[in-house]
Design a protein around this ligand. Structure first.
Ligand code: DC
Length: 219
């Protein structure tokens, strides 16, 4: 098969990154986690005490992705590997706000498009099928019930030794979706030509296989 690009979009905690990683590994493609880019910029925004001048923040920012054989994608921000800080609550709770800013999106989208130039990429995010890769060979819009997404997030947290309350997780996920779907610039929405995949009640293996099947069906 010729090299292809796959766009995987959907709301928060729908399992996009878990599935994207597995699909990429199966097909010997490169996985790009675009949320991590917005999270890295948010980390810097928090480190700098929340400056409101996003043009200035971005003008002093360098961001690159590297791949570690054991640890996967690493995010290098201003010459520092910040990957391990990107899942902190403070970052998660501010990322939708930072990602809604025009200078931030222009900067991140350009990098994402450069990465996808050579094809062979599985990219997950919110606007990949609509804005970043409108010509992607396969677009999947992944959804799951908010209850299940909160439960998955709670299990993830447990594995990381973080205690969390299910009702609070639900509220945070819903708030982030609302913000991401209603922002002015490239809001989260299904591309017209994306296939919807509801993962509620399905195992990781089942969902991965469903996407591999979609890849096989690409004409
Ligand atoms: O996928 P994630 O939870 O790591 O994404 C974090 C946030 O980044 C998400 O709430 C919205 C933003 N985001 C975005 O606006 N566009 C993307 N392509 C990816 C993420």
């Amino acid at each position: 098969m010729n090299l292809i690009n796959i766009a995987l979009d959907g709301p928060a905690a729908a399992g996009k990154s878990t599935i994207a990683k597995l699909v990429a590994a199966k097909l010997a493609m490169i996985y790009v986690d675009t949320g991590a880019m917005y999270r890295a910029i948010t980390y810097k925004y928090l480190q700098q005490n929340k400056p409101e001048d996003f043009d200035k923040l971005i003008a002093s920012t360098t961001l690159s992705l590297t791949y570690d054989e054991d640890k996967g994608q690493r995010i290098i921000l201003d010459d520092n590997d910040v990957t391990d800080f990107l899942r902190e609550n403070d970052v998660t709770n501010h990322v939708s706000y930072v990602a809604s800013k025009e200078p931030v999106r222009t900067f991140a989208v350009k990098k994402q498009q450069e990465l996808a130039n050579n094809k062979g990429i599985v990219m997950d995010g919110r606007d990949i099928g609509t804005v970043v890769l409108p010509n992607a060979d396969l677009k999947v819009y992944m959804i799951a019930s908010v209850e299940e997404r909160a439960e998955r997030r709670q299990k993830d947290n447990e594995l990381r030794g973080i205690e969390s309350n299910i009702e609070q997780l639900k509220a945070e996920i819903e708030a982030r979706d609302h913000y991401d779907m209603n922002r002015e610039i490239s809001p989260l929405k299904k591309a017209d030509d994306a296939l919807t995949l509801d993962t509620t009640g399905k195992s990781i293996e089942t969902v991965t296989n469903e996407i591999l099947e979609m890849v096989n069906n690409i004409k």
